[in-house]
Design a protein around this ligand. Structure first.
Ligand code: UDP
Length: 492
């Protein structure tokens, strides 16, 4: 088979948790021989995520952006609202979803600009229109869902067996057909099976339909982390599953990683200096991803739990519309003053990968988003788990029960995005403190957990190196598309 120059068209979702790993993926693909990459995204997202690519592109990496205008105003959104973390309130979710659908026509109008013609489209699960787009232009579509194989298998078996139907919402049930016994309750399930107050069922069903007919799936994970689940998921998908992560390890340059996902709200050097001044493995890093906006009463419990644990900490606060009351509490309660010698508060966006990879960090208090989870694994850092919504309770099961590298704070049910004010305090400071201590303390249990996390971190780093499982899978993915391009070129 002659070597063909391959051109991948990547269409990320326009939300950080899905876009960030796909930008990493674009970088990784473009570094392979005979591969060029075009990322189709909206102007503000191209600027936001382009920051980690600019240096590489200038140095000749064959990667470029194709900007597609985002019809924010057309769809009834405020001008400039181009990302899930900018949606002003739940009322705007339907507008945002319809704007996403309008992108199909916008990209079709620009298809001729994508030169040379792509050989493959890799697109986010929730850009479900890319399924029809791929059919129209006869491109194999590889789906990216930003989740693990563990999660994909859980979703599949929940869709297939619907064992939760009719159960009381807090009654545990076992997800059937998994290599491990995994128990959940209905009120811990993601919105596909546990709808929020905004009806997104049609949108999710279209994503599911497009997923089922996708040519293959690319996963941000590595095989050794969840081998049995990878094997099972491959069986389901006829083998076309490629684990190529952890994608966060695709760049080891601190100055690049400090811009990953957004402009950091703290100076890179200030952050590193603070971390350098702490003891090895002593710091708790607390961050709930890009979307979680816990209510103020809950935020206070979290802060008090961090304080009571007595460990130094970095706490990332994204209070947004609660900013005034959060700032009042930080100042008037004396919290910030009391913890100033051992607590660093970052208001806004933190350079997460940079922080997690610092030797002073000993534990990650996380909402269990898949990127955060895998970034913690890659850094060899055990987790304090506090799932909030989406598939995060499923991720918690993987972290705590299957991998044994985390301790839960005791969260019992989802708080869907935007519904934070419907609830009061669900987790008390005492629960936060106890979980932190179990992870951080020098006990036999804590040491074993730390050892497992460290070992997984080493395996994760090896997976992406030449000869590693993810490196090999990337080669296999490219060979598969090469073969597909070759045979479709020969078709009459
Ligand atoms: N992130 C970051 N700084 C922040 C918040 C998030 O760099 O202050 C990054 C984090 O490293 C991860 C992503 O944003 O790559 C969040 O993805 P995840 O799946 O963990 O959570 P989501 O935001 O989708 O809930």
């Amino acid at each position: 088979m002659a070597t063909i120059k391959l051109h991948f068209l990547l269409v990320p979702h326009i939300g950080p948790g899905h876009a960030i790993p796909m930008i990493d993926m674009a970088k990784l693909l473009a570094k392979q021989p005979n591969v060029t990459v075009t990322i189709a995204t909206t102007p503000l997202n191209a600027t936001r995520y382009g920051a980690t690519l600019a240096g590489h592109i200038t140095a000749g990496l064959p990667l470029r952006f194709l900007e597609i205008p985002f019809p924010a105003v057309e769809a009834g959104l405020p001008e400039g609202c181009e990302s899930t973390d900018q949606i002003p309130s739940l009322d705007f979710v339907p507008n945002f979803l319809s704007a996403i659908d309008m992108l199909q026509q916008k990209l079709e109008e620009r298809f001729e600009l994508i030169d040379p013609r792509p050989n493959c489209i890799i697109s986010d699960k929730y850009m479900s229109w890319t399924g029809d787009f791929a059919d129209k232009y006869r491109l194999p579509r590889i789906m990216f869902d930003g989740m693990s194989c563990f999660n994909e298998l859980c979703y599949n078996n929940l869709y297939t067996y619907k064992v939760f139907d009719g159960l009381p919402e807090s009654e545990p049930f076992v997800i059937p057909g998994l290599p491990d016994r995994v128990e959940l309750t209905r009120n811990q399930l993601p919105p596909e099976f546990n709808p929020s107050s905004v009806d997104t069922s049609a949108f999710r069903q279209r994503a599911r339909d497009a997923e089922v007919r996708a040519y293959g799936v690319v996963i941000n994970s590595f095989e050794e982390l969840e081998q049995e689940y990878v094997n099972e998921y491959k069986k389901l998908r006829g083998g076309k599953v490629w684990c190529i992560g952890p994608l966060s390890l695709c760049d080891s340059d601190d100055s690049v990683n400090s811009k990953r996902g957004n402009v950091a709200s703290i100076d890179e050097q200030q952050c590193l200096n603070w971390l350098d001044s702490q003891e090895p493995k002593s710091v708790v890093y607390a961050c709930f991803g890009s979307l979680v906006r816990i209510n103020t009463a809950q935020l206070i419990e979290l802060g008090l739990g961090l304080e009571a644990s007595n460990y130094p900490f970095i706490w990332v606060i994204k209070s947004v519309h609660r900013e005034k009351e959060v700032e009042e509490w930080l100042a008037e309660s004396g919290f910030e003053e009391r913890v100033k010698h051992r607590g660093l508060i970052i208001r806004g966006w933190a350079p997460q990968v940079l922080i997690l990879s610092h030797p002073s960090v000993g534990g990650f208090l996380t909402h269990c988003g898949w990127n955060s989870t895998l970034e913690s694994v890659a850094a060899g850092v055990p987790m304090i788990t506090w799932p909030q919504f989406a598939e995060q309770f499923i991720n918690e099961k993987l972290i705590v029960q299957v991998l044994g590298i985390g301790v839960g704070v005791g969260a019992e049910s989802v708080v869907h995005v935007g519904e934070e004010d419907r609830f009061g305090v669900k987790v008390k400071s005492e629960g936060v403190k106890k979980a932190i201590e179990r992870v951080m303390n020098n006990t036999i249990e804590g040491n074993e957990r730390r050892k497992r996390a460290k070992e997984l971190g080493i395996i994760a780093n090896n997976a992406i190196k030449e000869g590693g499982s993810s490196h090999l899978n990337l080669t296999l993915l490219i060979q598969d598309i090469m073969h597909h391009a070759y045979t479709s070129n020969k078709e009459p």
